[in-house]
Design a protein around this ligand. Structure first.
Ligand SMILES: [Zn+2]
Length: 193
């Protein structure tokens, strides 16, 4: 008798809190796919971001919201106090707005350092997503989570698996605890949106 098939778990992630994420959420919803939306309080290059009400509606629908810094600054060159403020205040403010724990962080432009990771841990994040691509194994540090694939939203549509072939996992952090996970498919990363 054959062993039961190993379930595939898929998660996607979307940086920068761009208003286009509303459309992304629509596409994910239609396919019953999970998504983690990483939100900076000041948008990338000063761009407009989603409103807090949008973020609240994402959470109500079962999507995950993660931190992407207060100002979208690249963190490693900053002084310790500034790094602590970028990651810590971002988490606290999002938690105040959304009323639930913020567990994940995405590094601005994918840059991080040992010091940045230390502040993430101190702030209480469970993990950090990098921009590293082609990750296919699960033996990575939770604070150096790679992606498998990064692609512009219009192109990724054709690559999304069919609804019946995936098991929903709405929290990226769940991947770290799921010993039976066979493959993880990351969504778009920094600059891909
Ligand atoms: Zn970004």
């Amino acid at each position: 008798m054959l062993p039961p098939p190993i379930p595939r778990i898929v998660t996607t992630s979307w940086d920068d809190g761009d208003p286009c994420d509303l459309r992304v959420a629509e596409l994910l919803r239609a396919r019953d796919l999970p998504g983690t939306f990483y939100f900076p309080f000041i948008g990338y290059d000063g761009r407009q971001t989603l409103t807090y009400d949008h973020l609240k509606s994402f959470v109500r629908e079962g999507f995950e919201v993660g931190g992407h810094g207060m100002s979208h600054n690249v963190l490693p060159p900053l002084r310790s106090k500034e790094i602590a403020r970028e990651v810590g205040n971002c988490k606290k403010r999002l938690e105040d707005i959304l009323g639930e724990p913020i567990r994940m962080f995405s590094y601005s432009l994918g840059h991080y350092s040992g010091s940045v990771v230390r502040y993430l841990k101190e702030a209480g994040y469970l993990g950090g997503r990098t921009n590293r691509m082609l990750g296919r194994k699960l033996d990575f540090s939770p604070y150096e989570m790679p992606t498998t694939l990064q692609a512009p939203p219009l192109k990724i549509r054709r690559q999304l698996p069919k609804r019946s072939s995936v098991r929903r996992s709405h929290a990226a952090a769940d991947l770290f605890r799921a010993g039976h996970v066979r493959r993880e498919l990351g969504g778009t990363g920094e600059g891909a949106l």
